[in-house]
Ligand binder design. Structure first.
Ligand SMILES: [Fe+2]
Ligand SMILES: [Fe+2]
Length: 298
């Protein structure tokens, strides 16, 4: 992977970007993490008291971190310390999600959470932690590579949301189930296109993916890691526009869904908090994709 990895003192502009971006990430994702703990807890069998207790603790830890993030001043040391504490809490919630998922997919834990939901919320936690680790270590990813990573991440998340909505609506809500399923298909098609562009423009990512996951970050034997670096093409800008359009579409659909759930005018297993959670994530996707659009122009 071609990354610029610098540990020297940051220039003023980088310091401001570091503070702004860290706070933007923390103020959004800590609340999301707290809600994940709540969703897991609500779907656990009531006999799993130890898991329920751990979920409750994580819910509180992240609620406290959200309150702290909202009050953290624009000061580099304070932000660095906040990032470090959030990373520690993320280690714990990622471990918890991993434990729950492993028990579910080996049929040793029942309840009402889909395995893909647990994988999905663990992906969100892993990416949040990677973002904070990149910020704290001043790791910058080249723009074409970053654009595709972000787009593919969000396309998968939005596609998952569409599928969750389709599977949590009451089966009698036929037209809504159909619309949600269609959103799922559209996001999957876009994601495949994103993966095609990724291997065209960032061949190193493709080679990395062929290596054992545990070798990531290890020195590679000669012959590896000598592919051409990533580059931007006009098609990539058009692709980002297409991802934004699709995300605006599902954002509007989720806004309608939230209203239907809140007014008790739809039959489903979707709580108002879950409907609002996925709507807020679509807004965050649009904010991230908007930043990518600026980077691709620059
Ligand atoms: Fe989430
Ligand atoms: Fe999500």
């Amino acid at each position: 992977m071609i990354i610029r990895y610098k540990r020297e003192v940051r220039p003023i502009k980088d310091q401001t970007d570091f503070i702004k971006e860290s706070l933007r990430q923390n103020r959004f994702w800590t609340q999301i993490m707290s809600e994940h703990a709540l969703f897991i807890r609500e779907g656990l069998p009531c006999t799993e008291t130890a898991l329920i207790d751990e979920a409750r603790q994580l819910e509180q830890i992240f609620a406290n971190l959200k309150a702290r993030a909202d009050q953290t001043p624009n000061n580099q040391a304070a932000v660095l310390a906040l990032n470090q504490d959030v990373i520690k809490a993320l280690d714990r919630i990622i471990e918890f999600k991993t434990f729950v998922l492993k028990r579910m997919i080996t049929c040793r834990l029942g309840g009402f959470n889909y395995p893909l939901l647990i994988d999905h919320i663990r992906r969100e936690a892993i990416r949040f932690r990677a973002n904070l680790l990149k910020l704290n270590n001043n790791i910058q990813t080249p723009v074409a590579e970053m654009a595709l990573e972000e787009e593919i991440f969000w396309l998968r998340i939005m596609g998952d949301h569409a599928r969750f909505i389709a599977h949590l609506l009451d089966p009698s809500e036929r037209p809504l189930v159909q619309r949600a399923t269609q959103f799922g298909r559209n996001f999957e098609t876009l994601r495949l296109q994103g993966e095609d562009l990724q291997s065209m423009l960032v061949p190193q990512d493709y080679e990395n993916h062929l290596l054992p996951a545990a070798m990531m970050g290890e020195p590679l034997p000669p012959g590896f890691d000598n592919l051409k670096g990533p580059f931007v093409i006009p098609r990539l800008q058009r692709f980002n526009g297409e991802v934004v359009q699709a995300t605006m579409g599902i954002r509007d659909f989720k806004a309608v869904a939230l209203e239907l759930v809140e007014t008790c005018t739809v039959l489903s297993l979707i709580s108002p908090l879950l409907a609002s959670h996925v709507l807020r994530e679509a807004e965050m996707a649009l904010a991230d994709l908007g930043r990518i659009e600026q980077e691709l122009k620059g």
